[in-house]
Design a protein around this ligand. Structure first.
Ligand SMILES: [Zn+2]
Ligand SMILES: [Zn+2]
Length: 469
């Protein structure tokens, strides 16, 4: 039996691990590399290790760094099943389309310059047609429904508590060559306890023989979630008193819905004033519809909220509107009264948030609330670091708005939570492979797993490195 780590090895993105057993090839995730444009462009094309001769793809969750290269795999001839939860399947239907649209747009922009320089034009990595075609191969299953995916390999998906539909992947393998039964667990991304809407991560008390473990925050701690809801209340009221607009750049998937639900609860308790709230991101609006379709993934708190107050919709209330057209979005520029605008992209690198920032960033009445990690070199990072002026659409703007950050909304387990999750395993994995983390985070987590959890063998694979297991 062989494991090869084609992506998310010593980095966070591009999750892609290949398991070869019983003459079959099972791919775990097929994510897109994200990062510096040129490097990502190369990696997503040539660095794509797993060829078309894959028998089955198991997808842990819908985030693009796990799912975003599926259309490429299908384009190259993969015809097997793509097995994931039903919620992941539905999210992929909108997220892969959105990703394809970005791919097409990026290439169109680059080609304009290349045509001028008489250079060969690029093809998009994949198109919206490719994304639609890939959806044909998805097989949505529920959590905890064991299913044979190739002869001798049974798959169970359990709730990872990281985003809607996210799963830890459990493979119970009868290795015919060596005549043994082993359990392989692939963590996918692990969530945190107490975050709203979705369940807490599942405790895998039985353990595993082989573990592939994420390490995004292997060296960091987050404040507990309830504190962040309190902070949100303070920030809304503070901006309201200053007569300003609260601008929240947020990831369209997960973060926006968490914020909307948190604001809904604060509004019902009258902890925040009655003020207009706008969700101004077409992708976030489509994703919110999918959240409504999957109450089977909700935790008990949101179920009680829906039952107790007789609310049919956790993501809608009378002061909240989802804007659709570009015109509606631009009309928000004329708002003079206090309001909340939630818009994408989360790192402020594109999307409608940019025109809102242009309009609001120069006025100290307003607040920019950052709720997610900001990659180096992004506009979001510059704003968090408090640069005096920032460039938006090539134009300089003074940063006078108040900047606040909330890290407790993270969907990722922090260091202690990762160790608690792995440490709950009664059977300690004989081999652990630490993936999905920058080198520092992966090294710190691997060290803690050896020293604090006494895991016997913890390795950090290099990109494309193979292991006989
Ligand atoms: Zn994720
Ligand atoms: Zn991830």
């Amino acid at each position: 039996m062989k494991l090869t780590f084609h992506g998310a090895a010593k980095t966070v993105t591009g999750s892609q691990h290949l398991l070869e057993v019983n003459g079959k090839r099972i791919l775990l995730d097929c994510g897109l590399f994200q990062g510096k444009r040129k490097e990502a462009f190369e990696l997503n094309r040539s660095g794509f290790g797993a060829g078309k001769d894959i028998d089955c793809l198991v997808l842990s969750h819908a985030h693009i760094d796990h799912s975003g290269n599926i259309p490429t795999l299908v384009k190259r001839g993969f015809r097997g099943d793509i097995v994931c939860t039903s919620a992941t399947r539905d999210l992929c239907a909108v997220m892969l389309m959105d990703s394809a649209f970005i791919q097409e747009k990026d290439v169109a922009f680059a080609n304009k310059l290349r045509r001028r320089n008489k250079q060969k034009e690029f093809e998009p990595l994949y198109t919206r047609e490719d994304a639609v075609a890939a959806m044909d191969q998805f097989v949505g299953i529920s959590y905890n429904r064991r299913r044979e995916i190739v002869p001798g390999v049974h798959l169970t998906l359990v709730d990872a508590g990281h985003m809607l539909g996210s799963a830890n992947v459990i493979l119970d393998i009868h290795d015919q060559e060596q005549g043994r039964d082993i359990r392989l667990v692939f963590s996918g991304d692990i969530g945190r306890s107490g975050i709203p809407i979705i369940n807490d991560p599942t405790v895998l008390s039985e353990g595993a023989d082989i573990l592939i473990m994420e390490s995004t925050y292997g060296n960091r701690q987050h404040p507990p979630y309830p504190e962040s809801e309190k902070e949100l209340e303070r920030i809304v009221n503070d901006t309201y008193r200053r007569g300003g607009v609260l601008l929240i750049p947020a990831f369209a998937v997960g973060r926006t819905q968490q914020l909307v639900y948190a604001l809904h609860k604060l509004f019902l308790k009258r902890d925040i004033p009655r003020l207009p709230i706008y969700v101004d991101s077409p992708l976030a609006t489509r994703v919110t519809d999918i959240f409504r379709l999957h109450p089977e993934t909700y935790d008990s708190e949101i179920r009680e909220f829906l039952l107790a107050g007789n609310h049919s919709n956790a993501f809608g209330f009378d002061t909240l509107s989802y804007t659709q057209s570009v015109e509606e979005s631009k009309e928000l520029n004329f708002l003079r009264e206090p309001a909340i605008i939630i818009s994408a992209s989360g790192m402020m690198e594109g999307g409608r948030i940019l025109h809102h920032l242009r309009r609001r960033i120069g006025d100290q009445k307003n607040t920019i609330l950052v709720t997610g990690w900001q990659a180096p070199h992004t506009l979001g990072r510059k704003i968090v670091e408090g640069e005096k002026t920032v460039k938006i659409y090539g134009e300089e703007f003074p940063l006078r708005a108040k900047v606040e950050t909330l890290t407790g909304f993270s969907g990722h387990a922090d260091r202690d939570e990762l160790l608690a999750w792995a440490g709950a395993m009664r059977k300690k994995p004989a081999r652990t492979f630490v993936v999905h983390g920058e080198e520092e985070a992966a090294t710190a987590l691997a060290e803690s797993m050896r020293l604090e959890l006494n895991f016997p063998s913890v390795e950090i694979p290099e990109p494309h490195q193979s292991f006989e297991v």
